[in-house]
Design a protein around this ligand. Structure first.
Ligand code: ZN
Length: 138
């Protein structure tokens, strides 16, 4: 794939350098049968260095997850070779079904059908806590 000319797809830009791989894994991109490019340590005037993920496919991406991993990232939606949407992300108030509670006695660990939900409790320090047992997100 020509990483500079995605016709239809998603480009996640301004990822803090080093977080690209984590985002790639959490988004489950390794499990998808689509062309994905991770470009690491791109020199950026604004950020010094950044990572970029280019997905050469139209697929729904979990904005909450990206905002959780890296609230400074931007998501560009490309259609027919044109940038049709540019989204600045923010830390979501609630994270649903993205991360799992580490507390083995948490009701969300014992009741498998219960949705994993974390709430942003401290925006400044980026702290998320399980809504069931208050355990901090990893
Ligand atoms: Zn919990």
């Amino acid at each position: 794939m020509n990483i500079d000319s995605i016709r239809n797809g998603v480009v996640i830009d301004h990822i803090s350098a080093g977080r690209g791989m984590k985002l790639y894994e959490l988004l489950g991109l390794d499990e998808l049968d689509v062309s994905v490019a991770i470009i690491k340590n791109v020199v950026s005037r604004k950020m010094g260095k950044k990572d970029i993920i280019k997905i050469d496919a139209e697929l729904p991406v979990n904005f909450d997850l990206i905002g959780y991993v890296d609230p400074g990232a931007t998501v560009n939606i490309i259609k027919d070779g044109e940038l049709v949407e540019k989204l600045d992300l923010d830390m979501p108030e609630l994270l649903r079904g993205v991360i799992k509670c580490k507390n083995p006695r948490c009701i969300s660990s014992t009741e498998q059908e219960l949705e994993q939900v974390f709430r942003l409790t401290d925006r400044k320090n980026k702290v998320y806590r399980c809504i069931y047992c208050e355990t901090k997100a990893p």
